[in-house]
Design a binder for this molecule. Structure first.
Ligand code: IMP
Length: 212
């Protein structure tokens, strides 16, 4: 079937010329997402709230990744009048019954503290029980309220000590057995080729592309 072009913008995915607000205040995450989009959707023009000179009043975190991502994207859309793109992510450790999960960012005071706390909690856990995954939920909201959601996971193992200098968050203790490196030992290309965030955005873009 032939697709209509041009006059059905209201429900369409964003125009490639149109700016899309990337709802994050974390410069590391923004850079990572830009790198991901340079491969997955190079013609999308992602701008941060800081670049637009606007502030997004992010709502308080909830117990659910999708609800958090939607709320961030919606807030960005409401303030800017542009499509809003957001993600929410966390680390789920099996030996901790899925913690810190959706609370990953608040598990400790900073990245180093979070890592030390995690290693301490797992100190008596054998390697084969240190399985974990990163999970990411990505949401795009249009000013007319239409939205799409994508999900991605990345399976790995928690190391016994931090390794590597790249990335952010729990990257130094998240080991990918297929590559034989922690996420912090990977180049950004290596991380982005396998990460939960790339998978969530690929899932999201696939849904947008097939929503005709
Ligand atoms: P959010 O900003 O609420 O989505 O917080 C997600 C938190 O999960 C981050 O602050 C990190 O602690 C952790 N996290 C999510 N994705 C990654 C990643 O790719 N590498 C390392 N840590 C991550």
């Amino acid at each position: 079937m032939k697709r209509k072009r041009g006059h059905n913008n209201v429900r369409n995915p964003p125009h490639i010329e149109e700016k899309i607000v990337l709802a994050t205040g974390n410069p590391g995450k923004a850079q990572e997402i830009r790198n991901i989009f340079s491969i997955l959707a190079p013609r999308w023009d992602l701008v941060t709230p800081a670049e637009l000179g606007i502030e997004i009043p992010y709502p308080p975190e909830q117990e659910d990744y999708a609800a958090n991502a939607s709320a961030k994207a919606l807030a960005a859309t409401e303030v800017s009048g542009l499509p809003g793109l957001a993600e929410d992510s966390g680390l789920e450790v099996d030996a901790l019954d899925g913690r810190p999960g959706v609370h990953s960012a608040r598990y400790g005071s900073d990245d180093a503290d979070r890592i030390q706390k995690l290693l301490k909690e797992l100190a008596s856990t054998a390697r084969r029980f240190r399985t974990a995954r990163f999970r990411c939920l990505a949401v795009l909201v249009l000013p007319n309220g239409k939205s799409w959601t994508g999900e991605g996971i990345w399976e790995g193992v928690i190391t016994t000590e931090p390794r590597g200098e790249h990335g952010f968050g729990y990257d130094p203790v998240f080991f990918d057995p297929l590559l034989g490196k922690t996420a912090a030992e990977m180049t950004s290309e290596e991380k982005n080729a396998r990460s939960h965030r790339t998978r969530a955005f690929a899932d999201l873009l696939g849904k947008i592309n097939t929503d005709v």
